[in-house]
Write a protein that binds this ligand. Structure first.
Ligand code: SF4
Ligand code: SF4
Length: 230
Protein backbone atom coordinates (compact mmCIF):
# COMPACT_ATOMS: atom_id res chain seq x y z
CA UNK A 1 0.00 0.00 0.00
CA UNK A 2 1.50 3.42 -0.93
CA UNK A 3 2.33 5.81 1.90
CA UNK A 4 -0.38 8.19 3.08
CA UNK A 5 -0.38 11.23 0.82
CA UNK A 6 -0.17 14.55 2.59
CA UNK A 7 0.22 18.10 1.28
CA UNK A 8 1.93 20.45 3.69
CA UNK A 9 0.37 23.93 3.67
CA UNK A 10 1.21 27.27 5.21
CA UNK A 11 -1.00 30.37 5.53
CA UNK A 12 -0.45 33.06 2.88
CA UNK A 13 -1.95 36.34 4.15
CA UNK A 14 -3.99 38.17 1.50
CA UNK A 15 -2.55 41.23 -0.23
CA UNK A 16 -5.97 42.88 -0.30
CA UNK A 17 -8.76 42.65 2.23
CA UNK A 18 -11.10 39.77 1.32
CA UNK A 19 -14.60 40.65 0.21
CA UNK A 20 -16.93 39.70 3.04
CA UNK A 21 -20.34 38.14 2.60
CA UNK A 22 -22.43 39.34 5.53
CA UNK A 23 -22.72 42.51 7.57
CA UNK A 24 -25.02 43.98 10.21
CA UNK A 25 -27.18 47.05 9.76
CA UNK A 26 -27.74 48.85 13.05
CA UNK A 27 -30.73 51.26 13.46
CA UNK A 28 -28.95 53.28 16.13
CA UNK A 29 -31.63 55.88 16.82
CA UNK A 30 -33.71 53.22 18.63
CA UNK A 31 -30.78 51.81 20.63
CA UNK A 32 -31.50 51.51 24.37
CA UNK A 33 -27.83 51.68 25.35
CA UNK A 34 -28.04 48.37 27.28
CA UNK A 35 -25.35 47.68 29.84
CA UNK A 36 -24.72 44.20 28.39
CA UNK A 37 -25.01 45.05 24.72
CA UNK A 38 -25.11 41.96 22.50
CA UNK A 39 -22.41 43.48 20.31
CA UNK A 40 -19.82 42.73 22.96
CA UNK A 41 -20.84 39.07 22.91
CA UNK A 42 -20.00 38.40 19.24
CA UNK A 43 -17.54 35.52 19.51
CA UNK A 44 -15.97 36.54 16.20
CA UNK A 45 -15.25 40.07 17.41
CA UNK A 46 -17.09 41.48 14.40
CA UNK A 47 -18.17 44.80 15.97
CA UNK A 48 -14.73 45.44 17.47
CA UNK A 49 -12.98 44.71 14.15
CA UNK A 50 -15.39 46.91 12.23
CA UNK A 51 -15.00 49.78 14.72
CA UNK A 52 -11.19 49.45 14.49
CA UNK A 53 -11.36 49.56 10.69
CA UNK A 54 -13.71 52.53 10.45
CA UNK A 55 -12.14 54.59 13.26
CA UNK A 56 -11.18 58.01 11.92
CA UNK A 57 -12.82 57.44 8.53
CA UNK A 58 -15.07 60.15 7.19
CA UNK A 59 -17.20 60.17 4.05
CA UNK A 60 -17.20 56.72 2.43
CA UNK A 61 -17.23 54.01 5.09
CA UNK A 62 -15.62 50.80 3.88
CA UNK A 63 -17.49 48.23 5.99
CA UNK A 64 -15.69 44.92 6.50
CA UNK A 65 -18.67 42.55 6.09
CA UNK A 66 -17.00 39.82 8.16
CA UNK A 67 -20.09 38.74 10.10
CA UNK A 68 -20.29 34.92 10.27
CA UNK A 69 -24.08 34.92 10.27
CA UNK A 70 -24.72 33.12 13.56
CA UNK A 71 -27.62 35.57 14.21
CA UNK A 72 -26.95 35.65 17.97
CA UNK A 73 -26.79 39.45 18.15
CA UNK A 74 -29.76 39.86 15.81
CA UNK A 75 -31.97 37.59 17.93
CA UNK A 76 -30.81 38.83 21.33
CA UNK A 77 -30.80 42.61 20.80
CA UNK A 78 -33.40 43.86 23.29
CA UNK A 79 -34.82 46.40 20.82
CA UNK A 80 -34.54 44.26 17.69
CA UNK A 81 -32.60 46.96 15.85
CA UNK A 82 -29.93 44.75 14.27
CA UNK A 83 -30.38 43.20 10.83
CA UNK A 84 -28.06 40.85 8.98
CA UNK A 85 -27.50 41.95 5.39
CA UNK A 86 -25.67 40.65 2.33
CA UNK A 87 -22.68 42.63 1.01
CA UNK A 88 -23.62 43.94 -2.49
CA UNK A 89 -19.96 43.66 -3.52
CA UNK A 90 -20.03 39.94 -2.64
CA UNK A 91 -23.07 39.42 -4.87
CA UNK A 92 -21.17 40.96 -7.80
CA UNK A 93 -18.21 38.53 -7.50
CA UNK A 94 -17.57 36.04 -10.32
CA UNK A 95 -20.13 35.07 -12.92
CA UNK A 96 -22.86 32.48 -13.47
CA UNK A 97 -20.33 29.64 -13.44
CA UNK A 98 -17.92 30.88 -10.76
CA UNK A 99 -20.53 31.98 -8.23
CA UNK A 100 -19.63 34.33 -5.36
CA UNK A 101 -19.59 31.33 -3.01
CA UNK A 102 -17.04 29.46 -5.18
CA UNK A 103 -14.84 32.58 -5.50
CA UNK A 104 -14.89 33.20 -1.75
CA UNK A 105 -14.22 29.59 -0.76
CA UNK A 106 -11.32 29.39 -3.28
CA UNK A 107 -9.97 32.62 -1.81
CA UNK A 108 -10.22 31.10 1.67
CA UNK A 109 -8.37 27.96 0.55
CA UNK A 110 -5.63 30.00 -1.12
CA UNK A 111 -5.06 32.05 2.03
CA UNK A 112 -5.22 29.34 4.64
CA UNK A 113 -4.55 26.06 2.85
CA UNK A 114 -7.51 24.69 4.80
CA UNK A 115 -10.61 22.88 3.66
CA UNK A 116 -13.34 25.46 3.02
CA UNK A 117 -16.15 25.49 5.55
CA UNK A 118 -19.48 26.32 4.01
CA UNK A 119 -22.49 27.37 5.98
CA UNK A 120 -24.15 30.56 7.18
CA UNK A 121 -27.52 29.65 5.84
CA UNK A 122 -28.94 26.36 4.69
CA UNK A 123 -30.58 26.71 1.27
CA UNK A 124 -32.11 23.23 0.90
CA UNK A 125 -35.73 22.13 1.02
CA UNK A 126 -36.22 22.86 4.73
CA UNK A 127 -35.64 26.59 4.45
CA UNK A 128 -37.81 29.66 4.12
CA UNK A 129 -40.80 30.67 6.19
CA UNK A 130 -41.08 28.62 9.39
CA UNK A 131 -37.47 27.36 9.28
CA UNK A 132 -34.42 28.95 10.87
CA UNK A 133 -32.11 28.20 7.86
CA UNK A 134 -29.64 26.44 10.12
CA UNK A 135 -28.40 22.96 9.35
CA UNK A 136 -26.29 20.76 11.54
CA UNK A 137 -24.27 18.10 9.76
CA UNK A 138 -23.22 15.22 12.03
CA UNK A 139 -21.65 13.13 9.29
CA UNK A 140 -18.18 13.18 10.83
CA UNK A 141 -19.55 12.01 14.15
CA UNK A 142 -21.80 9.21 12.92
CA UNK A 143 -19.44 8.11 10.13
CA UNK A 144 -15.94 8.49 11.60
CA UNK A 145 -14.52 5.71 9.43
CA UNK A 146 -15.31 7.54 6.18
CA UNK A 147 -12.74 10.20 6.84
CA UNK A 148 -9.73 10.50 4.60
CA UNK A 149 -9.32 14.24 5.16
CA UNK A 150 -8.23 14.18 8.78
CA UNK A 151 -6.22 11.03 8.28
CA UNK A 152 -8.32 8.51 10.17
CA UNK A 153 -8.83 6.39 7.09
CA UNK A 154 -6.51 5.53 4.25
CA UNK A 155 -7.90 6.59 0.86
CA UNK A 156 -5.60 5.99 -2.07
CA UNK A 157 -5.71 8.85 -4.59
CA UNK A 158 -2.84 7.72 -6.81
CA UNK A 159 -3.24 7.04 -10.54
CA UNK A 160 -1.05 5.24 -13.08
CA UNK A 161 -0.31 7.19 -16.26
CA UNK A 162 0.57 5.04 -19.29
CA UNK A 163 -0.53 2.07 -21.34
CA UNK A 164 -1.39 -1.29 -19.86
CA UNK A 165 -1.24 -4.72 -21.40
CA UNK A 166 -4.57 -6.15 -22.59
CA UNK A 167 -3.64 -9.47 -21.01
CA UNK A 168 -0.69 -11.17 -19.36
CA UNK A 169 1.08 -14.29 -20.58
CA UNK A 170 3.35 -16.56 -18.64
CA UNK A 171 6.11 -18.95 -19.60
CA UNK A 172 7.28 -21.51 -17.06
CA UNK A 173 5.50 -19.69 -14.22
CA UNK A 174 7.26 -16.43 -15.11
CA UNK A 175 5.80 -13.31 -16.71
CA UNK A 176 6.52 -13.73 -20.39
CA UNK A 177 5.86 -10.17 -21.54
CA UNK A 178 7.35 -6.80 -20.65
CA UNK A 179 4.72 -4.31 -19.45
CA UNK A 180 5.03 -0.78 -20.89
CA UNK A 181 6.47 1.84 -18.50
CA UNK A 182 4.03 3.53 -16.10
CA UNK A 183 4.31 6.80 -14.23
CA UNK A 184 2.56 6.85 -10.88
CA UNK A 185 1.09 10.17 -9.74
CA UNK A 186 -0.12 10.48 -6.14
CA UNK A 187 -3.14 12.49 -7.32
CA UNK A 188 -4.89 12.78 -10.71
CA UNK A 189 -3.66 16.37 -11.08
CA UNK A 190 -1.06 17.81 -13.48
CA UNK A 191 -0.04 21.48 -13.60
CA UNK A 192 -0.44 22.70 -17.18
CA UNK A 193 1.85 25.17 -18.95
CA UNK A 194 1.51 28.59 -17.33
CA UNK A 195 -0.04 31.01 -19.88
CA UNK A 196 2.44 33.72 -21.02
CA UNK A 197 0.56 36.53 -19.25
CA UNK A 198 1.15 34.83 -15.86
CA UNK A 199 4.84 34.03 -16.45
CA UNK A 200 6.30 36.69 -14.26
CA UNK A 201 7.97 36.99 -10.89
CA UNK A 202 8.03 33.72 -9.00
CA UNK A 203 4.86 32.23 -10.49
CA UNK A 204 6.48 29.53 -12.66
CA UNK A 205 9.21 28.58 -10.18
CA UNK A 206 6.63 28.43 -7.34
CA UNK A 207 4.47 26.02 -9.32
CA UNK A 208 7.51 23.90 -10.25
CA UNK A 209 8.66 23.79 -6.63
CA UNK A 210 5.16 22.95 -5.38
CA UNK A 211 4.85 20.14 -7.95
CA UNK A 212 8.28 18.80 -6.97
CA UNK A 213 7.49 18.91 -3.25
CA UNK A 214 4.15 17.13 -3.50
CA UNK A 215 5.28 14.67 -6.19
CA UNK A 216 3.02 15.87 -9.03
CA UNK A 217 3.87 16.58 -12.66
CA UNK A 218 4.09 20.08 -14.09
CA UNK A 219 4.71 21.12 -17.68
CA UNK A 220 7.27 23.94 -17.86
CA UNK A 221 10.06 25.16 -20.12
CA UNK A 222 13.50 23.80 -19.25
CA UNK A 223 14.95 27.27 -18.65
CA UNK A 224 12.23 27.95 -16.04
CA UNK A 225 13.26 24.94 -13.94
CA UNK A 226 14.34 26.10 -10.49
CA UNK A 227 17.72 24.75 -9.32
CA UNK A 228 17.46 21.30 -7.80
CA UNK A 229 14.31 20.21 -9.70
CA UNK A 230 13.96 18.09 -12.80
S1 SF4 B 1 -28.50 45.16 22.72
FE1 SF4 B 1 -29.45 46.28 21.00
S2 SF4 B 1 -30.58 47.95 21.96
FE2 SF4 B 1 -29.18 47.15 23.52
S3 SF4 B 1 -27.33 48.46 23.34
FE3 SF4 B 1 -27.00 46.67 22.04
S4 SF4 B 1 -27.70 47.31 20.01
FE4 SF4 B 1 -28.57 48.77 21.49
S1 SF4 C 1 -24.59 37.57 13.60
FE1 SF4 C 1 -23.12 36.46 14.90
S2 SF4 C 1 -21.16 36.70 13.82
FE2 SF4 C 1 -22.54 38.25 12.99
S3 SF4 C 1 -22.11 40.05 14.20
FE3 SF4 C 1 -23.86 39.03 15.18
S4 SF4 C 1 -22.94 37.71 16.76
FE4 SF4 C 1 -21.29 38.33 15.35
Amino acid sequence: MPAKYHIHTEPAPPRVRPVGKLGIVDWREDCAGCHNCVKRGCVYGFYRDEADTLRGETGYLDYIYQCKGCLTCVQDCTKGILTRVMNPEYERLGDVYYTPEIVLSTWFQAETGRIPVSGAGYGGPFSGRGFDAMWTDMSEIVRPTRDGIHGREYINTSVDVGRKLAHLSFAESQLGVSPPPLVESPMPVMFDVVPPRWRRGKVVSSIARAAGEIGLLSVIRERDLPPGTS
